[in-house]
Write a protein of this length. Structure first.
Length: 192
């Protein structure tokens, strides 16, 4: 089972407290809480997590980072995209943790979290393994999780992510054929 990409092992072989299954093109995602040796599965919606408080916190953190005094202003500005990525990840994780009942400011009680981004080629190749891993995980950790229900939910999310990816791929190909896309060019085309 260790070679299973969705089994959620930490580097030392420990099990994480919380596992997040994020589908980048969907509004819903799964959170599996394994704290207290039991499983609790939640289907969360980005509308609940990325609310007004989230955006306010994000704006505040970015504003503070943007305006912080720096001895090397050009280097500071050049590094802003990386800093913004860190800020978004941190504020988003804090918002998700709050939604799961975790106080993100209590560093002693912060759970370990593994995040799976379910998309692209890995999604197409491993969708059955994802469902199987979820089933095995929920069987190993008793709790209130209805295994057959969550299998159907994860299968639905996988199918919906696949549909969106196919639509995006078709749209990109259509744009390429109409010369609308800067990402595609023909051998005889000169864009200068």
């Amino acid at each position: 089972m260790i070679d299973d990409p969705f089994y959620g092992q930490l580097p030392d072989g420990e099990r994480p407290d919380i596992m997040l299954y994020i589908f980048p093109h969907l509004r819903e995602f799964l959170a599996i809480d394994l704290r207290d040796d039991r499983s609790e599965v939640s289907l969360l919606n980005t509308v609940e997590v990325f609310n007004e408080e989230f955006f306010h916190g994000l704006e505040l953190e970015f504003s503070k980072t943007l305006r912080e005094g720096n001895q090397f202003p050009f280097a500071h500005l050049i590094n802003l995209p990386l800093r913004l990525e860190e800020i978004v990840r941190g504020v988003a994780m804090s918002s998700i943790m709050e939604r799961l009942g975790v106080d993100p400011d209590d560093e002693e009680e912060l759970p370990t979290v593994v995040v799976f981004i379910i998309s692209g080629g890995a999604l197409a190749m491993h969708s059955d393994r994802l469902v199987t891993s979820l089933r095995e995980l929920l069987q190993a950790y008793p709790g209130g999780a209805d295994i057959s229900r969550w299998e159907r939910v994860i299968a639905r999310l996988v199918a919906e992510e696949n549909v969106v990816l196919q639509e995006l791929s078709h749209q990109e190909l259509t744009e390429a054929l109409r010369d609308d896309s800067p990402d595609y060019f023909t051998l005889w085309e000169n864009r200068n």
